[in-house]
Design a protein around this ligand. Sequence first.
Ligand SMILES: C[S@@+](CC[C@H](N)C(=O)[O-])C[C@H]1O[C@@H](n2cnc3c(N)ncnc32)[C@H](O)[C@@H]1O
Length: 227
Amino acid sequence: MGFYDAYDFSRFKMLSRINTGNWVTEPCPEFINTIVEMRKRSGKRNFSVAEIGIGVGATTFLASQQLSEEDTYYIFDFEDSVFALLDDLKTIPEIECEIVAIGNSHKTLDSYNWNLSNMLLEMRRRDQDGMFDVVYLDGAHTFLHDGLAVCMLKEMIKPNGILILDDLFWTYANSPIATEFEREQFPEDQWNARQVLRVQDIFLINDPKFKRLSDSESWRGVFKRID
Ligand SMILES: C[S@@+](CC[C@H](N)C(=O)[O-])C[C@H]1O[C@@H](n2cnc3c(N)ncnc32)[C@H](O)[C@@H]1O
């Protein structure tokens, strides 16, 4: 039995693809629990979270309902995906927060990284020390995309904020949905490699500004900014 079997998503454009087989249809508990606990502990308004890579909205649907109207939830993915999901979410009365959809094109060398870089430049112009309380990175799962994303996100996380990396042990080789086109894009060792784990090992594990909260066996890496 899937997590969402009791819900009727059939009226939606994007959420209707939950439970259709090919898509991630389990929400990320670490992201949702972190949002709930941080909000409870700090009692703060204007909470700001980001999900990078939305799939069909399985996590967005639940996580956005943990926020209230002063809060903001940024969703990053291809532009057709983020706007389809935004249309669905706007019709759900339980979702009170502002959802900001930030989409990129499907051009081969485009990704959420360009949009993140625009936001980072703007953040620096405003002399802000971070802009997100919690970020869930669950996008391309390549060292090329997510290494760069993490470099920028480390600066975009607020003091005491949390960065979560999904799928540390995932590989293209073991993915049932990896395509022949993707197969041709990688040398053999990278096709078989745990690319997100490499991102964690290169950019986060030895960074004194970040403390790992997850254990080494965990499928997700949870890091807190501690400086
Ligand atoms: C595993 S899914 C995300 C699942 C989602 N976080 C959830 O919990 O249901 C990965 C997402 O990353 C997005 N993605 C992969 N490469 C991308 C790129 N170059 N630009 C934008 N989005 C990308 C895919 O479109 C897909 O929606």
